[in-house]
Write a protein that binds this ligand. Structure first.
Ligand SMILES: Cc1cc2nc3c(=O)[nH]c(=O)nc-3n(C[C@H](O)[C@H](O)[C@H](O)COP(=O)(O)OP(=O)(O)OC[C@H]3O[C@@H](n4cnc5c(N)ncnc54)[C@H](O)[C@@H]3O)c2cc1C
Length: 435
């Protein structure tokens, strides 16, 4: 297999099981003229699509420009885990930001979960939504932390959907002895990420938004006093507002948001369909599973009983030569009984992490809003992020400001391997996973 470059939506998008089972393989028009609109959105992942939907539902004229295909970034390639909370745990947020701010971010995550579920319902998006996520300890020393965390969510936030599980209960539910105890969160879940993205795109279009594909924005002039101007190879969009929603695929388009993120490649596989009995022995109740590793393993069953398994990452511009081999090794450590199962699909995607692992939102000048850096926790939060940007454009900025006011540090040096110290740090923590 050729070495694939990360951060390029056109590379490897068609390698996933999600691509093979997408509901709407429609190709949209390329922008080939000059147009005007209220809001121009750059990027057709959850952030951009969610912003487009909220804005179009309010009657604003919306144009969305996607460099390749809808969902060809992280949104159509991810683990599909609809997680609860923020990427950083609530107890960390309480220490970092105080109880009040942390509490609002918890509320935001509940709203994010509701938003995704409500849209799936309202627009009849067929994306295999299933309830339940197990968070489980890969070392005995993390087990009590997980139990304490479930108790904390209950005591501090009255959250009753999180239930502690013993080691025996975990192994009974996931058919593996590789883990210790953990907890089950019944409000979290999993879904088919590309079909969610495509469903959101159709929903936005049904409300009047114009979506263009294979249309890369080459430059954005949004800082002056007049209307913004976005240039593509075939045309120009003039708009009152701009939403920049490129996340790990930004590739330096605008310097400020780029400086706050580090693109990371993460890898996944899908097995052949397991027999019904093997599937039930693998994940008895069809929940999503995530573990406590720094380089997290995450897995669930597909609707046709494949094990969809994610794990392994790198920090360079290239995907590994053999993604299947990298991820299979991790899969077999957990499920040696799947040693002989075929793995027909293997793919990679690029996500965006920030220094503090919280999303980075901001405004540039009068016209431009951006949201990125969900740090591997964007299925719910990128949907929420796009919605909050749209609400801010409509004049309700409280939720947006809650994120935009978070303090972030720039990554030193620039993109890709220009911060060797940081990469060394990531590799160090990845090594601790094995100790
Ligand atoms: C392998 C993997 C597994 C993951 N698993 C999970 C998970 O299980 N749960 C979870 O919560 N999160 C997960 N994530 C993270 C989650 O997928 C992301 O946080 C989320 O999809 C980000 O959405 P987005 O719209 O901001 O970015 P993206 O979906 O990456 O979209 C950005 C879009 O911008 C477009 N673009 C870039 N530049 C331009 C340009 N110049 N002009 C036009 N368009 C442009 C790109 O083509 C791309 O489509 C995972 C990510 C990966 C890669």
């Amino acid at each position: 297999m050729a070495r694939n470059a990360g951060g390029r939506p056109e590379v490897g998008f068609d390698a996933s099981w999600y691509f093979a089972t997408q509901n709407h393989a429609v190709e949209r028009a390329v922008l080939d003229r000059d147009i005007e609109c209220d809001v121009c959105i750059v990027g057709g992942g959850y952030t951009g699509l969610s912003a487009a939907l909220t804005l179009a539902e309010s009657g604003l004229s919306v144009v969305l420009l996607e460099k390749y295909r809808i969902g060809s970034g992280a949104s159509g390639r991810n683990g599909g885990v609809l997680g609860m909370g923020q990427r950083k745990d609530q107890d960390d947020l309480e220490k970092m930001l105080g109880d009040q701010w942390a509490g609002k971010l918890w509320e935001m995550s509940l709203d994010a979960n509701n938003l995704v579920r409500q849209r799936i319902k309202d627009y009849a998006i067929d994306c295999d939504l299933a309830d339940g996520e197990l968070t489980i300890a890969h070392r005995a020393r993390y087990e009590s932390d997980l139990w304490d965390y479930a108790a904390h969510l209950n005591a501090r936030y009255g959250y009753q959907d999180c239930h502690p599980l013993t080691r025996t209960e975990v192994s009974d539910r996931i058919g593996s002895e590789a883990y210790y105890g953990g907890y089950l969160d019944m409000r979290a879940g999993h879904l088919h990420p590309l079909n969610l993205a495509q469903g959101l795109a159709q929903a936005a279009e049904s409300n009047g938004a114009a979506l263009f594909e294979t249309t890369e924005v080459k430059s954005i002039d949004a800082l002056g006093a007049g209307r913004a101007r976005l240039k593509t190879a075939g045309g120009t969009v003039r708009s009152n507002k701009v939403v920049l929603a490129c996340n790990g695929y930004l590739n330096g388009l605008l310097r400020e948001p780029d400086a706050f993120q580090m693109p990371i490649n993460n890898f996944m596989v899908a097995t052949e369909p397991l027999s019904e009995s093997l599937a039930r022995d693998t994940i008895r109740n069809n929940e999503a599973v995530v573990d406590t590793r720094f380089v997290v393993n995450y897995f669930h069953l597909s609707r046709d009983n494949r094990l969809i398994f994610g794990g392994g990452e790198n920090y360079t511009r290239y995907f590994p030569k053999d993604i299947r081999k990298v991820v299979r090794k991790r899969l077999i450590e957990i499920y040696p009984q799947l040693q002989n199962v075929e793995i027909p699909y293997a793919w990679g995607g690029t996500l965006s992490v920030t220094m503090n692992r919280m999303p980075k939102f901001g405004r540039l000048g009068e016209h431009l809003y951006y949201g990125q850096g969900y740090s591997g926790h964007g299925v719910a939060m990128a949907n929420m992020g796009g919605h909050l940007i749209a609400e801010a454009i409509k004049g309700q900025a409280a939720g947006f400001d809650l994120l935009a006011n978070l303090k972030h540090q720039r990554f030193p040096g620039g993109r890709w391997l220009r911060w060797p110290g940081l990469v060394a740090g990531m590799l160090f923590y990845a090594m601790l996973d094995r100790m």
